[in-house]
Each structure stands twice: as C-alpha cells, then as structure tokens.
Design a protein around this ligand. Structure first.
Ligand code: SF4
Ligand code: SF4
Length: 716
C-alpha cells in the first residue's frame, strides 16, 4: 500500500514538475512579445460574450463540428477527456484507499455509466482518427493531404497515449470489480466486460492487476502531460485562452491598425528607431501572436482551404504558423538571456537562430520565404477554418508592413500601383478627371455631390476605382446606376472627389499610403454627410465599413447586392425579361467570408425569371478566391497554377452559360481566365462573366428598351 502511494506520488511529482517548468518557460517567452492591451480590454468589457464564445467554440466545438467526421471524433475525445477527469480523481483517491469513492456522487450508477460511455467514446474517436490519418497520409498523397508538413510522428504518439490512458483505466476498473473495490454496481457496461475477461485469473491476481494498472494509468497520464507541454498538443491548454483573446467576431474584415508597444502608431509622431513598424523579428509579435503560434494543432484545415497552397504556391498558412512557432521556441533562450554576456555563452545554434532574418529567401536563411509572404490573397479561408481562432492574415500583413515600410522589399511590379495611388489616387494612375467617364451616354443625369448631400438623397453611391476606370467594371457601375434610377432611388456620386479607399496599399503593407488616402476620403465624406453609402466593390465596402472607423470615419455602408435585393423584395425593381441560363455564382471573399454577405446576390438571381443557379462545390464560407485580394491583383503570379484558372476550371465543372459575381476584382480576374480558356478551346465562346447587377438590369429593362422608365429625383 505504502509502496503504491510512494510510486504514484513520485510519478506525479515528476510529471507536474516537468510540465510546470515547460509552461513557465513558454509563458516567459511569450512575455518577450509586445503588449496587446486591446485584447485584455475586450475580454474585460464583454464578459457575457466571453462566456458565450468559450461555450460555443471550446465546449461546443462549433468549428470542429463543421467537418462532420473528424469533428465528431474530436468532440468525442474532448468531451470524453472532460468526463474522464472524474476517473483521475478516483485514481488518486484509490492510491490512498482502494475502496475510495467520490463524495456524494461516487456510487451513482449514472456517474459510472457516463465514465464508461465516454471511455468507449474516446476509443471510437481515436479509431476514427487512425483511419483518417491512414487515408490522408502525406507520404502517400503528398500536398493534397492536410497533414502535409505537420509533425505526423508526434500525432501517432498522441493517439497511442490516449489509447493507453483509456486502456489502463478500463483494465484497472475491470480488476476492481473482481476485487470488490469498485464503487459502482450498475451502469458500468464496459468495465464489466473487462472484469468478466479478468475474472478467471482469481482475486489475488486481480489485486495485482488493479495496483499495476492504477500505477500504469498515473504514469501514462503524467507522461502524456509532459508530452502535451512539449508538443503541438499544447493546444489542449492554449486553445481556450487563444479563443478567449481572439478578435471578435473573428480575425476577418478589418485589418488591425499598426501598433507599437501596445499603442496605435501615429505616423506624424512615429520614429523608426524606437517604434515598431510591423513585424521585423519574432519578438515584434505581441504575446497574442505568440499564443497563436503555441496554439496551432497542425490540423491543416487552413492549408486544405488555402488557394495559394491549392495551386502549388509555397504558402501554407499552417506551415507559416509552425515556422514562426519553431523559430520563437528556438530563439527563446536568447530572448530570455539576461544580457549580452549571457547571450554570448549560449550554444552556437541558438545564436545562429537569433540572427536569422524573419523574412528572407533560402540563401539568407529566412524564417519565412518572401514567396510565402507575398503569395497570400488575404482571402480569409484560413482564419475562417481555424478551430482555435488563429489570425493568420494579421500576422502576414504585419510582416508585409515591415518589408514595405522599413526594408522597401516587395514584388517590384507592385511599385507602380503604390506610386499611382500616392500621386493619382487610383491604382492605374488614370487620375480623377476620368472618374466621371462611366456616366456618359447613360440617358439620365447622375447627380455628382458638391458639398453636403441634400436631405432627400438616400444613398451615396461609392463607385470605386475599378468601377469608375476599368472597362469591364464600368458596365457593372452603369447597371447599378440604371437600376437605382429605375427604382426611383435618390442617389448621388462623388465623381472626381472620390479617391481610392487605400485597400490595395493596406493589404500590400503600405499603411502610410492607406492612411493618407483614407484621411482624404474621410474628409470628403464628412463634408458630404451621406445617410448611407452603397459600395459596389467589396474591397471598398470592407475598408469603408470596417477599417475607416479606426481613423474616425463612421458610416453606414451596404453593398450594392444588398440594396438591389431589397429593392426587388420591395417591388421597386421587377425582373420580367427571362434570362434562361445556367448561372454559377462566385462568392467574392471580401463580400462573403469577410463580411458574411452570402444571400443577397443569390436572392437577386433567384428572382430573375429563367435563371437556373448552379452552386460550385466550393461556395459561400468555403468559397475559393479569384486570386486578386491582398493586392495580388497587382503582382505577377509566377509560381504554380493561376488561382483564377483553378476557379474557372471549377466553374466549368457546373457547365454554366454564365458565371456571375459581385466584385470588380473577381470580374476582371475570372474574365481573364475565361478568355484564356476560350483561346485554348477549353470553354465555349458564349461563356461570359457578369456582375449580378448586370444580370438584374437585363431582366428589369424590357428587351430593346435602353431607356429607364422613371425619372431620377435630383440630389441636393
Ligand atoms: S488568407 Fe487565403 S491565401 Fe492567405 S494564407 Fe489564408 S487561406 Fe491562404
Ligand atoms: S492554424 Fe489553425 S487550422 Fe491551421 S493547422 Fe493550425 S490549428 Fe489547424
């Protein structure tokens, strides 16, 4: 008896000491990161929301369950281990007294039943994981596997560890039944089966098995604890924290402003020598960034949805987080060293790790390759999928900011776009004088705001650079204006006073140019005082609605599909001319995933007579990018398959007559891919891409009638 107590306590002391030491070291490394007071403030300000998010994301396993089979297996394992904490209490009680029972509930048949039920559920979970891992083994299917690049050896060890925890538990409980020490009589169906197998060995041998299995269980649990602290399974402890401190509702929509030392950077006062511009080294990340790195489970859900990875680019959001984490851990001793003298005494490999550039090619031994950094389209699929709420786009953007603002290192072809934004206010450098050209020949006057809008102007139509200056996007702009005019909506535009929202500059990493353009627009908008802004470009929509409030510009902003769907529902627009076509809708990432506008474009299509909508396999929150976001529109795509071609290949799989979308970037990118397919004889000549506004305009305007039926009221 004394021996088993001593062995049990020694095993426990060893396990807890090693695990606690590791956790303390990880905590100290994370403290070398920058402060993130806004995360703590958000948690303090909304305790109700904190409880809700923990209940749904952690306890409810919401995101994991979106993948039905692996999600259910994970939920069974997670809930199983939560319930099995009761058996850990019982094991430690039994160390001291073999007939121990938890006070009050310790003899309830229900408790014995759920302990057995969840032990079996955990076994079912790990069998499912085993099958999934065998079927998706990266050694067999290469980068198609979401586990490609993950530490698969450690994952097998974890499955073995979980199996041993449950196996030793059931053996120990079965033996207890035979020795008469077991606190439960009814409901323990699994323990009784094991007890039945062990019964022929006799009471004496069952006593030995009981003690051995009990100590084995303590050893396995403690070994598992140490393994968790040193492996990717750290997420068991970190995930609830990471979810708690994550951005609400998630890391999509707005990019975060640049922060240095926990404060938003003011460009007027910022000093490159003392302030942090983006992330140039690992300790420039905040502790929340480091928590993200420590929390990654290497599940590869993000990787499986990433358009860059799917088209053979070197970027995997999972690998990016893993590489940052590995570097942070390897540089940890250097970061924690008390001073130069202590750093000098560190092993050579740690000193070498400390001088690695955060971003650099293979020759420079960089942690993140520039091709990885610049392949991201900011589509948000990784953030949407991540079950532990890691914020990949924030990290990518922060590293881009350092590269652009401090190193002046970025894809050279994007330099022209940045220069045009700075000098002309649009990415093509066409200038504000040409922003009114799209209105020519409309057949009605579009009011151009000059000063405050009149009280009777319901909407300010934000046309956007593409909508005003790009030939294909101009057709959408004309369709929207015509529809608004037809519906009798009082609207105005800014015309030459409108300038780029700054989205491409911000997504590229040039916060300075973004800030300059945004402030100029905010000044114009504050003078115009719009009741509601209707934007046709999802990137403008996202910047105006979600990012301008960071600079003091607060407006009500809607997307044109939301307004048009409402006008159709209210009977102000009536689609009558049939469009008898099979149409597949492509979700723009910045409208759909980033801003959750999925239904209005589909509602419009459903109301057009004759339209047969066909969904692509990857749609709505799992939509696949066109390849233009994250300023990729202005960069060459030299590696792998073109993302727009991949998307059009998928669209062609639905055999459509037309592809529709609701974004000028998507219109251009997918239009280019369709043109290339036609040239190669791989798509029918009749295939076209249109904005849903164009589709609606074709149906609302009687065929052959170029004139709108109702006059537009003037703006103020
Ligand atoms: S935002 Fe999109 S492209 Fe960028 S890493 Fe995430 S999934 Fe990949
Ligand atoms: S970042 Fe999130 S989704 Fe991607 S591997 Fe890590 S835990 Fe999984």
């Amino acid at each position: 008896m004394v021996v088993r107590i001593v062995i049990g306590l020694v095993l426990t002391a060893i396990g807890l000491t090693f695990a606690a030491r590791r956790m303390w070291w990880l905590y100290r490394v994370s403290r070398t990161g920058q402060p993130a007071p806004e995360r703590i403030a958000a948690v303090r300000e909304h305790p109700g929301r904190d409880v809700e998010i923990e209940a749904t994301e952690v306890v409810g396993q919401r995101k994991l369950l979106q993948w039905s089979v692996p999600g259910t297996a994970h939920a069974l394992t997670f809930w199983g281990f939560t319930v099995l904490l009761l058996t850990i209490i019982e094991s430690y009680g039994d160390l001291f007294s073999p007939t121990f029972a938890i006070p009050v509930i310790g003899h309830w048949a229900f408790i014995g039943f759920i302990e057995d039920l969840f032990a079996v559920a955990v076994l079912a979970g790990i069998i499912t994981f085993t099958v999934i891992r065998l079927r998706t083994d990266p050694k067999r299917i290469g980068r198609e596997s979401r586990f490609a690049g993950s530490h698969t050896g450690a994952a097998w060890l974890v499955l073995l560890g979980i199996f041993l925890v449950v196996a030793t538990l059931l053996v120990y409980r079965g033996a207890q039944i035979n020795t008469g020490d077991f606190p439960y009589i009814h409901g323990v169906f699994a323990s009784q089966i094991v007890g039945h197998w062990l019964a022929p060995l006799g009471t004496g041998m069952n006593k030995v098995i009981e003690t051995t299995a009990l100590l084995a269980q303590v050893a396995v649990v403690m070994g598992f604890l140490i393994f968790i602290a040193y492996s990717k399974h750290l997420h068991i402890f970190m995930a609830p924290l990471n979810v708690l401190f994550s951005r609400r509702p998630n890391g999509l929509g707005a990019l975060q402003p640049m922060r240095s030392g926990g404060k938003v950077l003011d460009f007027e006062e910022a000093d490159p020598d003392t302030d942090i511009f983006g992330r140039g080294k690992i300790e420039d990340f905040t502790w929340k960034g480091m928590l993200d790195m420590a929390t990654c489970t290497e599940c590869g859900r993000c990787q499986s949805q990433c358009p860059a990875w799917a088209t053979d680019k070197p970027l995997s959001p999972k690998k990016l987080i893993m590489d940052l984490r590995d570097h942070a851990l390897a540089k940890g001793p250097y970061l924690l060293a008390a001073g130069d003298e202590e750093r000098e005494k560190l092993p050579e490999h740690i000193k070498q790790e400390a001088i690695r550039p955060l971003v650099g090619d293979a020759a420079a031994n960089g942690v993140i390759d520039p091709d990885v950094l610049w392949s991201c389209t900011n589509c948000g699929a990784c953030v949407e999928e991540c079950p532990v709420d890691i914020e990949h786009i924030d990290h990518i953007s922060d590293m881009r900011r350092y590269q652009v603002l401090i190193e002046s290192s970025f894809p050279v072809e994007a330099a022209g776009m940045l220069k045009n934004l700075e000098n002309k206010g649009d990415p093509w450098g066409m200038g504000d004088a040409r922003r009114a050209e799209w209105m020519e020949g409309l057949g009605f006057e579009v009011p151009v705001a000059d000063g405050p809008l009149g009280d009777d102007v319901e909407y300010l139509f934000w046309v956007g650079c593409a909508g005003a200056l790009e030939d294909r996007a101009r057709k959408t702009t004309r369709a929207i204006a015509t529809l608004l005019h037809t519906a009798g909506v009082r609207f105005a535009v800014l015309g030459p006073a409108e300038t780029c929202t700054g989205d491409p500059a911000r997504r590229m990493g040039n916060e300075f140019v973004f800030s300059m353009l945004a402030q100029q627009n905010i000044e114009t908008l504050n003078e115009a005082k719009p009741r509601t802004i209707v934007a046709s470009c999802p990137h403008c929509f996202n910047a105006l609605a979600n990012e301008y409030p960071q600079l003091g510009g607060n407006y009500e902003v809607i997307h044109h599909t939301q307004l048009l769907a409402r006008l159709v529902a209210e009977g102000k627009l009536t689609p009558v001319t049939p469009v008898a076509e099979k149409i597949t809708y492509h979700d723009p990432c910045f409208l759909g995933r980033h801003n959750k506008v999925f239904s209005p474009p589909r509602e419009i299509m459903e109301r057009v007579p004759g339209v047969q909508p066909q969904e692509m396999h990857r749609c709505k929150d799992r939509g696949f990018c066109c390849g233009a976001g994250g300023a990729r529109m202005w960069m060459e795509e030299r590696i792998g398959k073109r993302i727009n071609t991949e998307r059009i290949d998928e669209a062609l799989g639905t055999n459509p007559d037309t592809v529709s979308t609701a974004c000028p970037y998507c219109l251009v990118m997918l239009g280019d891919a369709i043109a290339a397919k036609k040239a190669a004889g791989e798509a029918p000549e009749s295939l076209e891409i249109v904005d849903v506004a164009q589709l609606l305009a074709r149906s609302v305007q009687p065929a052959g009638d170029g004139q709108p039926p109702a006059p537009a009221p003037p703006a103020g």
